[in-house]
Design a protein around this ligand. Sequence first.
Ligand code: SDX
Length: 447
Amino acid sequence: MPCPPITREESMPDPKLSSKSFTLTNNETGQSWELPLLEGSVGPSVIDIRKLYADTGCFTYDPGYTSTGSCQSEITYIDGEKGELLYRGYPIEQLAEDSTFMEVCYLLIYGELPTQDEKDKFLDRITYHTMLHEQINYFFRGFRRDSHPMAIMVGVVGALSAFYHDSTDITDPKHRFIASTRMIAKMPSIAANAYRYSRGLPFSYPRNDLKFSENFLYMMFSNPCEEYVINPILAKAMDRILILHADHEQNASTSTVRIAGSSGANPFACIASGIASLWGPAHGGANEAVLSMLEEIGSADRVDEFVKRAKDKNDPFRLMGFGHRVYKNYDPRAKVMRQTCHEVLNDLGIKDDPLLDLAMKLEKIALEDEYFIEKKLYPNVDFYSGIIFKAMGIPTSMFTVLFAVARVVGWVAQWNEMIEDPSQKIGRPRQLYTGAKHRDFVPIDKR
Ligand code: SDX
């Protein structure tokens, strides 16, 4: 019997109304409005401004949405001050240590850790969706061999809706489940094909006898001319890295997926939009940018020069892998990533990795520097990931692709939650217009 489709027993309840509220007063007219406060299970309450424009004729103004909640969600919670990250209530440190990426996928989608039977069924579903339609494998050949793999991933994932018409009806929970399963299952195959295509290697088909992360390493690095031996240390490290990157509240790429989905677009188009947003160096592209930055710094004696540049308002240079919109403390994922870095390098017999030494020195100096302390800038998830990926033999251009392989489960979980949330409607922000007022057209001979 296949896994249950992704649908809630009962629709998402309205958020709890707080006994407290805010009053907004127009000081010119003396008119006041009461703004209700809505409370979640943990974290900041929200001021319900859904009727604000209708009542006051004013919009709110919040570029970058620093103080704006776009939805209610039960999936992931971050306490930025404490540096805490929970997936469906479970601390990321415990999941990284004791769970597997497949279990975390089940948890993020269904809301509970699976029983053994539920886990086995889910794994079967994922395993039997890992192959790509053979025509898709030809699709790669339209790209130049030196294309950035993220460009290939955006193109190939967006094209999946041309192949899988049987899972694009977003109102049908069964369609949503198949599309979600296909996305989770096929991202490693697409990622591995993009890597192998750039190397002029033949594609390597997934194997149903391997676990998810083992299969990913196999599809990436196996050689058709000899047996490929899975390194259990690297497979465990890959699985843990995928767990760490799986979901993260309403970050830029997840918000992109949600707003694309709010128009009713098909799931594959929505995920392709998330991949495009993740690619930016301020977001998921930072892991690739951290490696380039470390290689540009080159040696520990140049660290002070770059830290000085990062603090210079007139210099656009930023310390990549540092800072976060939500974390004003150490990103808990970065702590696990740093520990995994040491384990992987140690297990690979890499005694002193110059990049890791440089990163540790850079981290130490930055964390002791007044500028970083005052602005609460700490290493984020991207600071160490590139060092591990490089040690695992993964090229820099593939780092954000691996981030996407992990984050796709967060995107599909959040996309499903949005579709099932009765309060959700098409996302359509307003603006503060500061352009030209009404004026009449001027013929060219009068300009
Ligand atoms: C991810 O949202 C998520 O959850 C994302 C993510 C996820 O899992 O989905 O966690 C993944 O994207 C992690 C972040 C990866 N990006 C980087 O490492 C790029 C470097 N970091 C920055 O560009 C920045 O910190 C952001 C983009 C991450 C956050 O930017 P914000 O919240 O808009 O903060 P800001 O740009 O307003 O910075 C506040 C101040 C500024 O100085 P002032 O204008 O107040 O004087 O801190 C400074 C910034 O100049 N600052 C930095 C800095 N980051 C912020 N100065 C130097 N180096 C940095 N890295």
